[in-house]
Design a protein around this ligand. Sequence first.
Ligand code: ADP
Ligand code: GLC
Length: 487
Amino acid sequence: MRLLLASSEVHPFSKTGGLADMVGALAKALAADGHEVMIVTPLYRGISEKFGPFKRLDYHLDLVLGDRSVVGSVQTFAMAPRLDVYFIEQPAFFDRASLYQQDGNDYSDNAERFIYFSKAVAHLARYLPNPPQVVHVHDWQAGLVPLLIKDQKKNAGWTAAPASCLTIHNLAYQGFFDAGDFTLTNLPTEYFRPDGVEFYKGLNCLKAAIMYSDMLTTVSPRYAREITTEILGCGLDGVLRNRQDALVGILNGVDYGEWNTTDNKFLRQNYSIDNLEGKAADKAALQAELGLPVNHSVPVFGSVTRLAEQKGVDIQLGALEEMLSTGLQFVLLGSGAPVYEAAYRRLARRLPSRAAIRIGYDHGLAHRIEAGSDFFLMPSRFEPCGLNQMYSLRYGTIPIVRVTGGLDDSVIDLAENADEANGIKFQDYSTRALTKAIRKALIIYADTELHRHLQLNGMAANFSWETTCKQYEDVYLRALERNRNLP
Ligand code: ADP
Ligand code: GLC
């Protein structure tokens, strides 16, 4: 198939979270499986300097955006056989210090930036020499693409318009804007209705994609069920229930070419399931790097995370208050809400020999924390998939997760299956429940045999993209079928 993947972030070019990892890895896996894959993504600051120079296409993206017209261009890069990346270059929108926000606040023109991006995606899908059969959009930033395609099919003579598919990586981010921003789409006003893109009198870009994509997926089977309930539906559960027949939950895979311990340039020492000696060296190196006492017998609990409410930051802070006095060490790499950053900094200042906090973004350190920790904490309030717990499993680091979304789908607790257990799960969203899970971890840590049992089960678990990508192929076929049957 000829496939176009549209995403506002793609590893290795741009990343704020797992979306980038997922899109980069899915595209690679699909291309390796014989499909012709195009990725379309914004050209953010620094990308061409680091990965270019790219080839500039003889294209002029002169697109209307409300009552003005905005000019951009396209640069392209052959990333792998059958895998081409198209960067949308529009410096006023994308040549900025970060992707979406500054000082914790969204850029005020995000509607313009990503409606423009969506229009550029639809334009390329229509006019590239080898147009795609399926356009697969990710999250709200590309959310208007399926509607733009459908509208051009209906009203602008795009007879061979492609099928479309949306993947929801996180229903909590919807791209909700003022009603006035609908004019930026230049679409007929008939779409701005409660059974269209309107949501509580505003424009909702994710809802637009849910309404108009041929197929919908989300990143774990459990999250696919959760988002159709009021508790985790973020106001869109009703809309999703209406489209349940098109909704599929597919657990993300892991790019083991990137996330492994056997050939990893970020680690002090590589190691494998057959020889875990290197992991001890990585633990010592991590303790030293972060200024903690180097002591093998002290268990290290790690965390690499966006500091957002979703990630369970509040219960984690509460549980650490209690547990840090019991002789464990805690390391965290994260960035996000200033209030959480400050709370963790305070913790490290108070307990410098127990807690090491690095605020910022550091890809290499993320690998070293995965490798050097004994346990990995993911007490998320909700978690569509979560990749870090799957990385932890491969790194022999036992994940401690709350029973939600993809965390539940990827980790096995002793109580579920003692033979296959690879992690620790807890149910309630509370400091108490997390504290209890950490206590369990300490008991497991003290029992060398049980600890090794969980570790080895985790390292043997396989979430490779080869199998996952087949499930997307099925979804694309269903999308094609639906698109054929539509007027
Ligand atoms: P989410 O996408 O919700 O943030 P995931 O677990 O799916 O959660 O993915 C997070 C990804 O982002 C992982 O690859 C993780 O290593 C990375 N990451 C998160 N915060 C940081 C950080 N501060 N520095 C480096 N990598 C980070
Ligand atoms: C989102 C979710 C996360 C998921 C990632 C990749 O950022 O919060 O759970 O793993 O997307 O799909």
